[in-house]
Design a protein around this ligand. Structure first.
Ligand code: SAH
Ligand code: SF4
Ligand code: F3S
Length: 436
């Protein structure tokens, strides 16, 4: 039986799809990379914004048509949408629903669905996912490694604590066993994942922390780069900053969502820091980690956000100069404090105006920061080939670099001299392959 996964949302979902695919493959299913010819389609869904939710509902509608035409046997829903909508998805036509903390049970759930049962399975079985759980990895040289599940923060706008549950760190030994297996498979780069990845270890004994995990992981000779995503501002410790500064394998990159530059809005969001704290954190990191890249997320048009609040955000963006900024328009989410108690009162046109203003500003900042790269020689781990036949990869600051070359394998480390900059990727010429 052929199974196709369509994955939405964040890297956690990408990682969960790899786990579910691995388990299904071990149970004799064939995993296919397109809808055509699939017997079962599983949508691994995201509900972080209304748009994300609408997207999988529209796909579900198209799949139901195919099913009626006899081109498809079963439709399953996994991921955060399952936890938010549960039984409702069965009423919308899905055959089975499996929660984001239930991925280990995918084979049982699918079996029951094949036997004709409509299944909604949302039990928390996340502790049974470990280093020995099979995973069907999509990349040969890079691996996503989830180290902490869930979130305890309850930002008032955010649905994630309701869909992913509370924070639960994986035992460090188990993470290290997973890395040992990855090394055997030829993996060179790993990204540690968590909604608040820097909260890793807070619920474990022996003072285990993300910093200690990075140190341990860097002892595997064949691991060349270690990334971590996403950091909550107040969970970043000096210990972590020191490890990033001093460990040559730690990527010089922090993704630290700020969400707003206005203290009043930050309070309404239940983000537990003020703008000054954030600004001094950035200073602390920059003074310790040479050439560090700092990126962020911002929500525009949060309830009651005034022009003045928005200007505070603009000011913060100008001061920090992020390497990358993900901007989102506030979207009320079912079940959250903000959707229950705060009126979504910033007009659509105002939200778009504020979004565009920040987009334009960020573009200028990107150009300015990227121009410093001109003429520089950087070490790139090759990730793939573009439509135009050029190679691309990243440097240790998470910059995407595109260059011409031949006979380079994915995962290879090369030296590239930057010759052209844009507000997006950088372009360069291949200087040498490692060891030549
Ligand atoms: N744990 C991370 C982010 C997780 S969600 C953190 O604390 O920052 C990813 C991003 O989606 C958030 O940073 C936020 O910018 C955006 N987001 C979350 N809920 C949203 C909502 N209701 N409306 C608009 N954007 C939202
Ligand atoms: Fe959502 Fe806030 Fe948790 Fe991030 S920290 S996942 S924004 S509740
Ligand atoms: Fe979306 Fe869930 Fe990730 S809501 S962003 S898939 S944690």
């Amino acid at each position: 039986m052929k199974v196709f996964f369509k994955t939405y949302g964040c890297q956690m979902n990408v990682s969960d799809t790899e786990i579910m695919s691995g388990i299904l493959q071990q149970n004799g299913y064939e995993l296919v990379s397109s809808l055509e010819g699939a017997d079962v389609v599983i949508l691994n869904t995201c509900v972080v914004r209304q748009k994300s939710q609408d997207k999988y509902h529209s796909t579900l509608g198209q799949l139901l048509k195919l099913k009626r035409q006899g081109k498809l046997k079963l439709i399953g829903i996994a991921g955060c949408g399952s936890n938010l909508e549960g039984q409702r998805l069965i009423e919308s036509g899905a055959d089975f629903v499996i929660g984001s903390r239930s991925v280990s049970e995918i084979a049982n759930v699918l079996k029951r669905a094949i036997d004709g049962e409509k299944v909604v399975y949302l039990e928390d079985t996340i502790c049974s996912v470990g280093s020995s759980t099979p995973r069907l990895r999509t990349s040969g040289h890079h691996a996503w490694v989830t180290i902490i599940h869930g979130c305890n923060r309850f930002c008032t706008y955010c649905v994630v604590p309701y869909t992913r549950g509370r924070e639960k760190s994986r035992p460090m030994d188990d993470v290290l066993s997973e890395i040992a297996r990855l090394v055997e498979m030829g993996v060179k780069e790993i990204t540690f994942l968590g909604q608040n990845v820097d909260a890793y270890g807070k619920d474990l004994k022996n003072n285990i922390s993300l910093a200690k995990l990075i140190e341990k992981a860097s002892q595997f000779q064949n691991i060349e780069r270690i990334w971590f995503l996403t950091s909550y501002p107040t969970d970043i410790t000096d210990e972590l900053i020191e490890v990033v500064a001093n460990n040559p394998k730690a990527a010089k990159s922090f993704h630290i969502p700020v969400q707003s530059g206005s203290d009043r809005i930050l309070r309404l969001m239940n983000r537990r820091y003020a703008r000054d704290y954030y600004l001094s954190l950035v200073e602390r990191i920059r003074s310790r980690v040479e050439g560090v890249s700092i990126s962020s997320d911002i929500i525009v048009g949060f309830p009651t956000e005034t022009e003045e609040d928005h200007l505070q955000t603009v000011d913060l963006v100008k001061r920090v100069k992020f390497e990358r900024l993900n901007l989102a328009i506030y979207s009320p989410r079912e079940g959250t404090v903000a959707s229950k108690y705060f009126k979504d009162d910033v007009s659509r046109s105002e939200k778009i105006k504020r979004l565009n203003e920040l987009l334009e500003l960020q573009k200028e900042i990107n150009k300015e920061l990227n121009s410093k790269y001109l003429g520089a020689s950087v070490e790139v781990i090759v990730e793939g080939i573009t439509k135009d036949g050029l190679y691309y990869g990243r440097d240790i600051r998470n910059k995407i670099i595109v260059f011409r070359g031949s006979q380079i394998s994915l995962g290879e480390t090369v030296q590239v001299k930057i010759s052209k900059i844009t507000a997006g990727p950088l372009y360069g010429e291949l200087q040498k392959k490692r060891g030549l």
